[in-house]
Design a protein around this ligand. Structure first.
Ligand code: GSH
Length: 205
């Protein structure tokens, strides 16, 4: 049996997507809360020179970056599960959504939440502009389908979920997006779902 250790922080959406997949695959990992002191330590920088969470250690193999970890977990523990489709045409669509999670979602809704909740020095107007362009595109995509790719939940849904769900915590309302809200509810109803702790809403949400 493998020994898994996950370094993370409770409020991180990047970490949340890994916790979701671990839970949905029925895998347990030793949790190490990686606050700023640990992330800045030489011990942690040896695992991830960027000082970021999540980091997974699997029997001595160190994997950083949430999407790399999702792919590692599926390919190592559940290659036939459908969390990463094996048909190439569908697999590349998953990668397109992972890119959205690292791009438009990170620099839109996630950035707005970082600024409003943690005073992170990023540009709020830019975050809102990115979100206002992206959310209608996501709404249109989900208007005639249940999941981001194919006929079942994949790691694309897990990767995109948290920061979209938390958009109101960054002052960005989701009220105008019924298809997005339906999709968020479907992800939250998946067996093994774990919620992110809720943060207070700023006035604009
Ligand atoms: N591309 C990375 C981004 C991870 C990331 O931004 N992690 C944040 C927490 S949500 C972090 O560790 N921030 C601390 C820092 O950048 O110093 C991933 O997907 O894992």
């Amino acid at each position: 049996m493998s020994s898994l250790t996950l370094y993370g922080t409770e409020l991180s959406g990047h970490v949340h997507r890994v916790r979701l997949l671990l839970s949905m695959l029925g895998l347990s990992a030793t949790w190490i809360e990686a606050g700023a002191d640990l992330r800045n330590s030489a011990e942690f920088r040896a695992l991830n020179p960027y000082g970021q969470v999540p980091v997974l250690v699997d029997d001595g193999t160190v994997i950083s970056d949430s999407h790399a970890i999702l792919i590692w977990l599926v390919k190592r523990y559940a290659p036939d599960s459908g969390w990463l489709p094996q048909a190439l045409a569908e697999e590349v669509q998953v990668h397109q959504w992972l890119a959205k999670a690292a791009g438009e979602i990170r620099y839109g809704v996630a950035s707005a939440r970082l600024i409003k909740q943690f005073n992170t020095p990023e540009n709020y107007a830019s975050a809102v502009a990115v979100a206002q362009k992206f959310l209608p595109q996501l709404e249109a995509h989900l208007s005639d389908r249940q999941w981001l790719v194919g006929q079942r939940a994949t790691i694309a849904d897990l990767a995109c979920y948290a920061y979209v769900a938390c958009a109101p915590e960054g002052g960005i309302s989701l009220r105008a997006f019924p298809a997005i809200n339906g999709w968020l509810a479907r992800v939250a109803a998946l067996p093994g779902f774990i919620a992110l702790p809720a943060l207070p809403l700023p006035a604009e949400a």
